[in-house]
Each structure stands twice: as structure tokens, then as C-alpha cells.
Design a protein around this ligand. Structure first.
Ligand SMILES: Cc1cc2nc3c(=O)[nH]c(=O)nc-3n(C[C@H](O)[C@H](O)[C@H](O)COP(=O)(O)OP(=O)(O)OC[C@H]3O[C@@H](n4cnc5c(N)ncnc54)[C@H](O)[C@@H]3O)c2cc1C
Length: 259
């Protein structure tokens, strides 16, 4: 069969635009494709929530790929092993209560299962702002190509409507910071978002799950962003808390959607 490059072009552009248009009005819009939001996206989609996830980088997976200091392994504690099993991710016990998994397999399977469940992921899209309406709730996202942002081009963004937004942007807590800046004191009082405190894995892991909550009407924070907003300690390459935080974020969102 003769190959026509223009058909290849049309297949890519038409398919992308069709999908993009379908996801301009959703139940849940997630920002950042780190482990917490990848877990949340799967849970939401498999509970019939129309779910879209925007990631500013080329690759999804956030900080999981590099494991600890570029050794592609992560540690998960016993509470979260059931999540690894749910995703069929290989792991083995290293010592009592410490389990080790392959970071590359973890990203691949978290991502694949979110997509299989029906979540749509758009990479290379940066969320730069939110929409807030008179009733003081987040009602959507303002997005732009990451490449346009990187080049500093004066290009206006586009918008996506969402009933619920989840900030899973890691250390940046980018969406919470936007809301806090535009409505001073909205999330943590006037002191502002301080970011996470020094490493203390045990407390940090507990805190990241407890701090996963709706921080402003329509806006839920999870993962490392929840640690940053709550000024909890960082925890390093142990990921059970991130996975559980994603589950909790999805549960809060589903409750808000009445599911
Ligand atoms: C690139 C990266 C590398 C890291 N490497 C290590 C490491 O080697 N060792 C270690 O111990 N910890 C590392 N960390 C931190 C650690 O991985 C995190 O604590 C953990 O992954 C947090 O998971 P998370 O789900 O909160 O989101 P993260 O894994 O932090 O992912 C957040 C995602 O949000 C995306 N994002 C941020 N802002 C926006 C926006 N405005 N619009 C769209 N997307 C956005 C980011 O690109 C990222 O993919 C890294 C974090 C990142 C982001």
C-alpha cells in the first residue's frame, strides 16, 4: 500500500482535536501527571467521571522515573502494597515493612491503567491559571502549550470547564499558588504557601494523605502539592503516601460529584 504523508498528518490532527474538544467540559480536570494524580485519574474514570489530565512535560510520571537519586527503584510501605497489586506492579519485600518496586514499571502501569479506565491525558500542556466564578469556586482551567510558555511567546491561552479540579503538581503546588495569589488568604491565610519542610519520611508519608483535601471550593490538592500547602515534611523516594493520596483525592472528588 502506498503511504500518503498527508493522511498521516490528518489522522494525527483530527484525532487530537476530536479528543481535545470532547474534554473541554469535564467532571474532573487534574493538573500534573505524577503518581498521585495518575492513581486519582484511574479511580475517577472507572467510576464514570469524565476525567482529563494535563501534564506540562513531554513525559508523564513526574518524579517517579528517577527513583531515588536516579536509581530506578522506589520504596513503598506495607499500607500501599495493595495498590501495587491492583496495578500488577512487581515488588518484593526488602525488609520488614519496606517493599521495593521498579520505578519505570510503576509509571508505565499507573499511566496505562488510567488511560484504560477512560481518562484522557494531554502532555505538553501547562495549566497557567484557573477560572473562578462569582460563587467563589474553581470552575475550570486556563491552559497553554508548554512550548509557547517556554519561548515566552505572547499567546493567549484556552480554557477548560470542570466541576472539580485536582492540583497534583508536586513541589510547585502550582494551582493552589495561583488561587492563593489571586485571592489572598484563600487557602492558607495571608502567610502564603511555604512549601514542604525538611525530610522526615514517617511524618511526611502520613501527612501527605491527611493533607489531601478540598482547599478551596472546587479545588482539591494531592501528592507533594498537599505537603507543600500544609507545610508537611518531604519524604524522598518512598511513594506509598503519594499513591494513597491519589486515592483519597479521587474519593473526595467523587463525593463532590455525588457518585
Ligand atoms: C521531574 C521530577 C523529578 C523528580 N525526581 C526525584 C528524584 O529523583 N528523587 C526523589 O526523591 N524525588 C524526586 N522528585 C520529587 C518526587 O518525585 C515527588 O515527591 C513525587 O513524585 C510526588 O508525586 P506527585 O504525585 O505529588 O507529583 P510529581 O511527581 O511531583 O509530579 C507533578 C507533575 O506535575 C507537573 N506540573 C507541574 N506544574 C504543572 C502545571 N502548571 N501544568 C501541568 N503540569 C504541571 C510536573 O511536570 C510533574 O510531572 C521529582 C519530582 C519531579 C517533578
Amino acid at each position: 500500500m502506498a503511504l500518503d504523508e498527508i493522511k498521516v498528518t490528518r489522522a494525527i490532527v483530527e484525532s487530537y482535536v476530536e479528543s481535545f474538544l470532547k474534554f473541554t467540559d469535564v467532571d474532573v480536570a487534574l493538573v500534573g501527571a505524577g503518581p498521585a494524580n495518575l492513581v486519582a485519574a484511574k479511580k475517577l474514570a472507572e467510576n464514570d467521571a469524565k476525567t482529563v489530565l494535563f501534564e506540562k512535560r513531554l513525559s508523564v510520571g513526574g518524579g517517579v522515573w528517577g527513583g531515588g537519586m536516579m536509581f530506578p527503584r522506589i520504596v513503598v510501605q506495607s499500607e500501599a502494597c495493595r495498590i501495587l497489586e491492583e496495578y500488577d506492579i512487581w515488588y518484593r519485600e526488602f525488609d520488614e515493612g519496606y517493599y521495593v518496586a521498579n520505578s519505570i514499571e510503576t509509571v508505565a502501569k499507573l499511566t496505562a491503567r488510567a488511560i484504560d479506565a477512560g481518562a484522557e491525558i494531554f502532555n505538553l500542556v501547562t495549566v497557567e491559571d484557573v477560572m473562578i466564578r462569582e460563587d467563589d469556586r474553581v470552575t475550570g482551567l486556563v491552559i497553554n502549550w508548554t512550548t509557547a510558555q517556554m519561548a515566552g511567546l505572547p499567546i493567549d491561552p484556552l480554557s477548560v470547564r470542570a466541576k472539580v479540579v485536582i492540583d497534583g503538581t508536586g513541589h510547585d503546588a502550582a494551582i493552589c499558588r495561583v488561587v492563593q495569589k489571586k485571592i489572598p488568604g484563600a487557602i492558607v491565610g495571608l502567610s502564603g504557601i511555604s512549601g514542604e519542610r525538611p525530610m522526615w519520611a514517617e511524618v511526611g508519608e502520613r501527612n501527605v494523605v491527611e493533607a489531601t483535601r478540598e482547599v478551596y471550593p472546587g479545588l482539591i490538592v494531592c501528592g507533594m502539592a498537599a505537603a507543600a500547602v500544609s507545610a508537611g515534611p518531604r519524604m524522598g523516594p518512598i511513594f506509598g503516601g503519594m499513591l494513597q493520596s491519589g486515592e483519597r483525592a479521587a474519593a473526595i472528588a467523587l463525593e463532590k460529584l455525588g457518585r
